[in-house]
Ligand binder design. Structure first.
Ligand code: MCA
Ligand code: AMP
Length: 504
């Protein structure tokens, strides 16, 4: 009986007394204790009636219990669907229904708000809090440990939703091998081993914190200092005990803004990586000057895990995401014809390899549009290779805003704004922001004679979409700029309001 992902990440932890997770309250969880927690989480999923192939939706605060729950799902072949803790009940309702999830495990603090949508979707509801309280934790304590079930490399492990250009989120189906092959690649490429202690301050509901950070450490026998989120003081206090940190660019700009970031503070560190959003070359340079560390930037997506990485040994070039990882093919194609372009030319980035997902859940047409029959996935990112084979991401063909590493699809926000009383139409764009890289700005065209105010629009969006998707500023214009084809010129709007948050 094999379960490749479980066998590689969790089975080896059994019987190891070494510290695996350094917890927020000061406790330490040994590898063996965590292994036992995974077995009990598996038992609790069995007790809840979940079978291999069933989907479990998870919206819980970051904790060792949350990671054990993911491990338990992998052990039992239950497909896990991690959800951003910022999502509203409206948003959660869509995910549970679309995925046909049998169970939602949520923060006890949100149980009352979520119960109606869970009931309406015909799913069950259990709770799991940050400190291991809640009905799922109780079930873990009561349930006998459950053994792992057999899985094949191409069986589904996770269903991760990414926002869609049409406003509807798409569930990316990730197999055991998608996750395992990428963890193996990254552990090798970034030299992770038993002596590593990863400062883990990323959320565990997206690829970056869940797979890139957690799986790489689990696989390589290292340890992690678990932080519930990015708290600057806590991160600075923990850096002297860590050997590696993975972050989004906001982590690095916040650290640089603090005089406590010095060469001495990070003397014990061997690696800083960045991804999920572009790292400004100036941030890279400033960090190197202050600490002596060249941040290693890499490029990935929910659908593909990690595709390219600057080298561990060798030149880590600011403003580039490095060459393709071993075994991952990356090409640049003509966006119109799909033909491969020669090195140096800018076009659509396409990716093929064991890391690439197998399709969008219940969206055959959407899958066929983005995943070619020959296995190449059309990323929606625009880039070019330089003479040394380093990939430069130069922009996005997809209408996507990345704010602090979170994706916001303008259409989702525009559809809600367009429906608001007094609004004729709207355009949502991302503009530079000193903390989040990009921030959401809404441009509103009032209906004849109407004068909607920003406060009313803010109220309308409350509870509908997650806070980070809500515009941080509103502009009112008599009309949107359009080209001769009638298409809204978002580049014009971005240029016009580019200094809204930077105040330059
Ligand atoms: C929080 N807020 C935000 C964001 N985060 N607004 C815009 N963009 C954000 N990213 C808002 C909250 O709604 C709140 O607003 C206020 O800021 C403070 O919230 P808080 O939670 O205290 O913020 P924080 O703890 O300072 O969080 C900022 C953060 C966090 C540390 C940058 O967003 C974060 O951890 N981002 C990482 C995202 C990530 O892991 N992405 C990976 C995706 P108000 O006060 O008005 O209520 S995976 C991926 O992209 C691919 C695969 C890849 O390549 O990795
Ligand atoms: P997600 O849909 O959350 O998986 O986000 C994936 C997107 O994040 C990619 O398609 C890119 O647009 C962006 N991204 C990830 N890493 C980087 C990076 N290092 N530089 C620029 N963009 C990035």
């Amino acid at each position: 009986m094999t379960n490749p992902l479980y066998d590689a990440l969790y089975a080896p932890l059994a019987g190891q007394g070494r510290g695996l997770m350094y917890l927020p309250g000061g406790g330490v969880l040994s590898a063996d204790d965590f292994h036992a927690m995974v077995a009990r989480a598996a038992g609790a999923l069995v007790a809840a009636g979940l079978q291999p192939g069933d989907r479990v939706a998870v919206q819980v605060p970051k904790s060792a219990h949350a990671l054990a729950l993911i491990g338990g799902a992998i052990a039992r072949g239950v497909v896990f669907l991690p959800l951003n803790t910022a999502y509203t009940a409206d948003e959660i309702s869509y995910f549970i229904r679309d995925a046909g999830a049998r169970l939602l495990i949520a923060d006890p603090a949100r149980a009352d708000a979520l119960a109606p949508v869970v009931r309406a979707a015909g799913a069950g509801l259990l709770t799991l809090g940050a400190t291991g309280a809640g009905s799922f934790a109780d079930a873990m304590a009561a349930a006998p440990a459950a053994h792992p079930v057999a899985r094949a490399a191409d069986d589904l492990a996770g269903l991760l939703y990414t926002s869609g250009t049409t406003g509807r989120s798409k569930g990316a189906m990730l197999t055991q091998d998608n996750l395992l092959s990428n963890a193996q690649l990254l552990a090798r490429a970034w030299r992770f081993g038993p002596d590593d202690v990863l400062l883990h301050a990323l959320p565990v509901f997206h690829t970056h914190g869940l797979f890139v950070a957690t799986n790489t450490v689990l696989l390589s026998g290292g340890a992690m200092i678990l932080h519930p989120g990015f708290d600057l003081d806590a991160v600075i206090a923990a850096l002297p005990r860590a050997t590696a940190m993975m972050g989004v660019p906001t982590f690095y700009t916040r650290l640089l803004a603090d005089p406590r970031l010095t060469r001495d503070l990070v003397a014990h560190m061997r690696l800083f990586t960045s991804g999920s959003a572009p790292l400004l070359a100036e941030t890279h340079a400033e960090f190197a000057a202050r600490t002596g560390h060249a941040i290693l930037e890499r490029y990935g997506m929910t659908e593909t895990n990690m595709n390219t990485s600057n080298p561990y040994d060798g030149d880590r070039r600011p403003g580039t995401v490095g060459p393709p990882l071993p075994g991952v093919e990356v090409i640049v194609t003509d966006p119109e014809t799909g033909t491969e372009l020669p090195r140096g030319k800018t076009g659509m980035i396409e990716v093929r390899g064991p890391n690439v997902f197998v399709g969008y859940w219940n969206m055959r047409e959407k899958t066929a549009e983005e995943l070619r029959a020959n296995g190449f996935f059309i990323t929606g990112d625009l880039g070019r290779f330089d003479d040394d084979g380093y990939l430069h991401i130069v922009g996005r063909a997809k209408d996507l805003i990345i704010s602090g590493g979170y994706n916001v699809y303008p259409k989702e926000v525009e559809l809600l704004l367009d429906d608001a009383p007094g609004v004729l139409e709207s355009a949502v764009v991302g503009v530079p922001h000193p903390d989040f890289g990009e921030a959401v700005l809404a441009v509103i065209v009032p209906a004849d004679g109407a004068a909607p105010d920003a406060g009313a629009l803010e109220t309308l969006l409350q509870g509908r979409i997650a806070r980070y998707k809500q515009p941080k500023s509103y502009e009112f214009l008599p009309a949107l700029p359009r080209n001769t084809m009638g298409k809204v010129q978002k580049a014009d709007l971005r240029a016009r309001f580019s200094r809204r948050f930077t105040g330059e």
